[in-house]
Design a protein. Structure first.
Length: 511
């Protein structure tokens, strides 16, 4: 059944255009089309057992596995054909196959022309691994024809071009390796939380600077990876002004070389989400709509449905952040209605970190609006996920929000053990935010807030700690998920949370 599971995921990811092409393709085939019936079953059902049972009612069960394999291959053939029109690498592979066929039939001139076309394409898009392979293929063709009509000087020139491409490709690989390591650290460990953790990135930044200093090959690919690395490093280390500058340079570079925005536009997307994350961490919510619109433009592209769904999730998360963190809870609630059909009902298709981010947003919105029952329902989904969300940095913030939710529900027996558990899990990271320490004390005294003396004492502690928090740029990383400081302030002053957030964030000026 493993093959069927893969097939169902594959078919579920098909766009309307891809499904339409599959049906056109199948109409051209003759004979009994068991695979088309299976395709329709998978589209209609999301249960493996239901698909198997329905298929066996019409056809012999012995045909099932054969039909699954045939349908899988047919769908892949359709996708490969369609992607030839959009994906550059697929186009180049198709030209290589065409050149090989022509050469095998002694049509040497035609095969060389086809290879030249493929080389031009690989060079234009700076796909150097494929360019090296194409140059080697050309030399093999020449060797097979005993280097007919080519001088030794021309042969050496072709060999030297391979050496140059290999040097450029090595430089690009070194940039890529460092960026991948940096991104991996950021994804699994979160942003640097102190100067000590920032210094742990020094090995990467020094290696990257060394590559740049010793690299004589300046092209789009290496420049792209350099800018991505620098922007991600500054974002990770809390220097949002520099991160925004590098991301903006990268976006400008892509828009000046639109042919390099590939299908799907993974790196262009990383540049846009990178600048949005920087603006969000700097609380510059007024500057975010311009870049959110760039995401919406990508959403209109002819990409696979799963990619479009991820773009839609990004748009929701950033729009929600703008609305909620500027105190516009009504607009945030409207967004949850707007995205209910197109996004929330398909959440299981999203990456885990996106699912967690959306669930956290839904939780804090209901909690802020006083809909504690709904908020606890969303939090239950997070907490009952087992280890799915546990490894993600945002899970730490979800547990802190759960503390507040339990306080709002007056479930005071929950606190002591949960706070100890959170501290144990944080111990491995060797860093506890000032905000977290303050929140723990505040939560433990939450039930005494009606006592004027206790509230005044907490207020004095609060003001003292907030002064430290404002001086520490790393604390902002915790507050961007949910502004715990503003929530505590609303409880101590009996002011509305939306009013405090609006006062705090609506007047932020651009860096």
């Amino acid at each position: 059944m493993k093959k069927l599971t893969s097939l169902m995921i594959l078919i579920e990811s098909l766009s309307k255009a891809e499904k339409r092409y599959f049906r056109l393709f199948s109409n051209l085939q003759s004979g009994d089309k068991k695979y088309v019936y299976l395709f329709d079953l998978i589209v209609a059902h999301n249960s493996i057992d239901a698909v198997y049972t329905q298929f066996c009612k019409k056809y012999n069960s012995a045909n099932f596995n054969i039909t699954v394999k045939h349908l899988y291959q047919t769908v892949m053939d359709c996708l490969i054909y369609l992607h030839r029109k959009m994906d550059i690498q697929t186009k180049i592979f198709a030209l290589i196959s065409e050149a090989n066929i022509l050469f095998e039939r002694a049509l040497t001139d035609e095969s060389m022309k086809t290879l030249k076309k493929a080389k031009t394409m690989a060079l234009t898009y700076e796909i150097y691994p494929m360019l090296i392979f194409l140059r080697r293929t050309e030399l093999e063709y020449l060797n097979a024809t005993n280097f007919e009509n080519i001088s030794e000087r021309q042969l050496v020139s072709k060999q030297m071009k391979i050496m140059e491409d290999m040097k450029y490709n090595r430089s690009s690989n070194l940039h890529s390796q460092l960026y991948d390591i940096l991104k991996h650290r950021l994804f699994y460990k979160g942003y640097a939380k102190s100067e000590k953790q920032k210094q742990s990135l020094n090995d990467l930044i020094l290696s990257e600077l060394n590559i740049v200093a010793n690299n004589s090959y300046k092209g789009f690919e290496t420049q792209k990876l350099h800018l991505l690395f620098q922007a991600t490093y500054y974002l990770d280390s809390g220097n949002y002004k520099m991160a925004i500058r590098f991301y903006q340079t990268l976006i400008d570079m892509f828009e000046a070389n639109k042919h390099m925005i590939l299908n799907p536009p993974i790196y262009y997307l990383q540049a846009i989400t990178g600048i949005l994350n920087s603006l969000k961490l700097a609380s510059l919510y007024g500057e975010m709509p311009f870049f959110i619109n760039k995401l919406k433009m990508i959403e209109q592209g002819a990409y696979a449905d799963d990619f479009i769904l991820n773009i839609r999730a990004f748009v929701f998360l950033y729009e929600f952040s703008c609305a909620f963190n500027t105190g516009n809870f009504t607009a945030a609630a409207d967004l949850t209605v707007k995205y209910n059909e197109d996004l929330f009902k398909n959440m299981s298709l999203l990456r885990l970190e996106m699912q967690l981010d959306i669930l956290i947003d839904l939780t804090v919105l209901d909690m802020a609006a006083g809909n504690i029952k709904n908020a606890r329902k969303h939090m239950k989904t997070i907490m009952s996920s087992g280890k799915l969300f546990y490894v993600l940095p945002a899970y730490r913030y979800a547990r802190l929000i759960n503390l507040i939710l339990q306080a709002e529900s007056e479930n005071y027996d929950f606190f002591e053990n949960e706070i100890k558990s959170i501290k144990r899990s944080i111990r491995s990271e060797k860093h506890l935010y000032i905000t977290e320490k303050l929140l723990f004390r505040f939560i433990q005294n939450h039930y005494l807030l009606n006592d004027k003396k206790v509230r005044e004492k907490l207020k004095r502690q609060f003001e003292k700690e907030v002064a430290k928090i404002k001086q520490n740029k790393y604390e902002q990383q915790l507050l961007v998920v949910f502004d715990f400081i503003s929530w505590m302030q609303s409880k101590l002053t009996n002011r509305r949370l939306d009013d405090i957030l609006a006062e705090k964030n609506c007047t932020r000026s651009i860096i």
